[in-house]
Structures are given as structure tokens and as C-alpha cells.
Design a protein around this ligand. Structure first.
Ligand SMILES: *Cc1c(COP(=O)(O)O)cnc(C)c1O
Length: 375
């Protein structure tokens, strides 16, 4: 192969050092940067591709399907479904996983109405547009959970139609968890005969399995599918996620494709084969005990941040079992400097392991030194 031209090398070096600086001051996005995948670098030498269903043979055999199935089994156990009854795959991220859940729901209940709260991730509205799936937005409570009263009354009006609920297991802005028990109680109360719950557990899907008193979040709480991000709590340089559903459902979308000798059950065709390997490696390297420690440490840091903000006169709070710390919005410069995520009159930081107490102290000092002068 030709050598890298000097000008190109300079651009590479400049980008590298810029990213290094920027990564250090990123507090508002839930991407755990504490990872080390260096033992997997050599896999970049292959044209490795997980095209097709990871549970079926494929003619394209340079893949990591076997590893991918192990990743799905690990998540199945965490999400409280027997691996034998689970189907799923490693996606490109939370958006694709949510799209998959809604796709499955639509194949099962094309006549349904999808209900989702105001605090639902922006990807869901886009997914619903792409799928051309009938939907109604429900109000949120102040803490970010869906407004159960509004949900009940809105379903009541459409109770003759199947119900699909897009439940948030950790909202993007406030880390709120919709109460799956209450949602199912509403179905019972209104005698809904056909229903489907997809859970968007992008971040909290890797938190709740490891806490002592989790809100309901898994298949044991009546969900039908769930999406979890790989690059958030677990951490990875390549965005990824997993989607899980029940294996009896997947026949509804399966089509056999002769060209690749595979079952076309996934949304993407060619799929990343390195991300399953990274997720698998993270679980091997940390073990479930390692993730339990990471989660407990992150929750303790979140509690520390809430205390510090309040001590400095900046109102701050968080939801139960959440590492998303919500506080009064600082100035735009402070938001930019620390890459906080702003929304209306508040902002948040998310205490993944690289968001240390030192950085929190420094960011709070900036908030205090630069008070907002308007509203
Ligand atoms: C981040 C996030 C997503 C989308 O995940 P991507 O991996 O960016 O596609 C979906 N839902 C929630 C709640 C999220 O926080």
C-alpha cells in the first residue's frame, strides 16, 4: 500500500489531538470513555461482516455471529428472558433498536396506535414517520415519566384499537423510568386485548440490572422488545446497541435471501462485526461484578454532584437509580466548555466513569463564576 502523504499525516495528528482535548471536557453525554479494546486492534485487518441473522448460517462466513449470539445471551439474562426464548442482534445503536421494536409491533398490529411521551428520544418520532405508523404523543410528568392519567384517557378513547406503548427506561434528558406495572394496569383496566410494549433502555438498560432496588424494566415486567445502547454505559469507540425480542415473534419479519444464504431478519444488511466483539470483550474483561461496581460508583458520583450543585445554590436533582444530574441551565459558554446537554431552562451532566468528581467541581466552579444574567 502507498505511504501516508505528509499533509494527510498532519491532518490525522491534528484531529487526534483535538479529539483528545475535547473528550476530556465532555460531561453531558452518556458515553463511558473508560475502555481498552487494544487487544482487538488486529481484527481490523479482516473484511469482517455480520450480514444476516446471527442465529442462522450465512454464506459470508468471515463474521463474528457466534460471538454476537453470546452477547445476545448475556443481555437476555440481564433483561430477564431465557436465552432460549430470545432473539436479537447487535445494532448500530439505540435508534435502530427502537426502529426494530416498532417494526415488530407494526408487523403484529398494523392497526395499532403507538403511544409515547413528550420526553421520548427524538429517534422515535423519526422512526414512526419512516414506518408511517399511527401515533399519539402523551404528556410527561415533571420528572420525565409518562403522565399515566393522560395515557389512560387517551387509550380509552381509542380502546377499540391495539395499543403499542413505547416505554422509556431512562429518558434522555432526565433519566426517568416509565412505570411498566402502571402501564400494564391501564391495559387491564381498559380490557385491552392486543398490546405491545417496546422499552427504550438506551442508557438505563445497563444500570437497572445492577442496582439493589430497580424499577421494573425487563421481559418479566411484560415488555415485548427492548433496545439498549452499547457505546453508552458499556463504552465503545464505535456506536452500537442491541435489540432483543422473543424468538416466537421473529418469524413475522423473516425472509430468506439466497444471495447471502442468510435470513434477512435485521434492519441493516451488512452489519458491523467488530462491535459485537467489543461488547463481548467488555463483558469478559469486566465481568458482571465489574459492571455492578461501575454502576454503583457512577450512582455515587451522581449523588455527589447533586449535593455539590445544591451546596453552591444551583438547584439540582436526579431520578431514582439515575446517573443523569439535572440542574438549572448555566450560561452558553459553560454549556459549551463542558459539553453539557441543555434543554429549555435546565441542563444535565451524566456521571459515567470518566466524569470524575474533580471535573464536576471544576464545572460547578464555572457555573458559580458565570451566573446567568437573563431569565
Ligand atoms: C441515546 C438514546 C437513544 C439513541 O441512541 P443512538 O445510539 O444515538 O441511536 C435512544 N433513546 C434514548 C433514551 C437515548 O438516550
Amino acid at each position: 500500500m502507498p505511504e501516508t502523504p505528509p499533509q494527510t499525516q498532519k491532518q490525522i495528528d491534528d484531529l487526534f489531538s483535538e479529539l483528545k482535548t475535547l473528550s476530556d471536557a465532555q460531561l453531558g453525554y452518556p458515553t463511558n470513555q473508560c475502555f481498552d479494546y487494544s487487544s482487538l486492534f488486529r481484527f481490523l485487518e479482516f473484511s469482517i461482516n455480520n450480514v444476516g441473522d446471527p442465529f442462522h448460517d450465512s454464506l459470508y462466513r468471515v463474521n463474528s455471529h457466534e460471538i454476537e449470539r453470546e452477547v445476545i445471551a448475556t443481555f437476555a439474562n440481564l433483561m430477564r428472558l431465557s436465552p432460549d426464548e430470545t432473539w436479537g442482534y447487535v445494532t448500530s445503536g439505540g435508534t435502530e433498536g427502537n426502529m426494530y421494536g416498532l417494526y415488530m409491533a407494526r408487523e403484529m398490529f398494523p392497526e395499532a396506535v403507538v403511544y409515547f411521551s413528550q420526553d421520548t428520544h427524538y429517534s422515535v418520532r423519526k422512526n414512526l414517520r419512516v414506518l408511517n405508523y399511527r401515533n399519539i404523543m402523551i404528556r410527561s410528568l415533571d420528572n420525565g415519566e409518562i403522565d399515566y392519567e393522560d395515557l389512560r384517557e387517551t387509550i380509552r378513547i381509542n380502546r377499540h384499537l391495539p395499543v403499542v406503548v413505547m416505554a422509556n427506561i431512562g429518558t434522555t434528558m432526565k433519566g426517568a423510568v416509565d412505570d411498566l406495572d402502571k402501564i400494564r394496569d391501564i391495559f387491564d383496566e381498559l380490557a385491552i386485548s392486543s398490546s405491545y410494549i417496546h422499552a427504550d433502555a438506551a442508557l438505563s438498560g445497563m444500570i437497572l440490572p445492577f442496582v439493589d432496588d430497580p424499577q421494573p424494566y425487563g421481559f418479566d415486567a411484560g415488555i415485548d422488545s427492548i433496545a439498549i445502547s452499547g457505546h453508552k454505559m458499556i463504552g465503545s469507540p464505535l456506536p452500537s446497541g442491541v435489540v432483543l425480542t422473543k424468538s416466537d415473534y421473529v418469524g413475522r419479519v423473516a425472509r430468506s435471501i439466497e444471495y447471502v444464504g442468510a435470513m434477512d431478519t435485521t434492519l441493516s444488511g451488512s452489519r458491523n462485526a467488530i462491535t459485537p466483539l467489543m461488547l463481548w470483550y467488555a463483558f469478559k474483561q469486566q465481568g458482571l461484578e465489574g459492571f455492578r461496581n461501575i454502576v454503583h460508583e457512577s450512582l455515587a458520583t451522581a449523588e455527589y454532584a447533586v449535593g455539590k450543585f445544591n451546596e453552591h445554590g444551583i438547584p439540582a436533582w436526579r431520578n431514582k437509580n439515575s446517573i443523569t444530574v439535572v440542574f438549572r441551565r448555566p450560561t452558553d459558554e459553560v454549556v459549551r466548555k463542558w459539553q453539557m446537554a441543555p434543554y429549555e431552562n435546565f441542563a444535565h451532566i451524566i456521571t459515567v466513569p470518566n466524569v470524575t468528581r474533580d471535573k464536576i467541581d471544576a464545572a460547578i466552579a464555572d457555573c458559580v463564576a458565570n451566573p446567568r444574567t437573563t431569565n
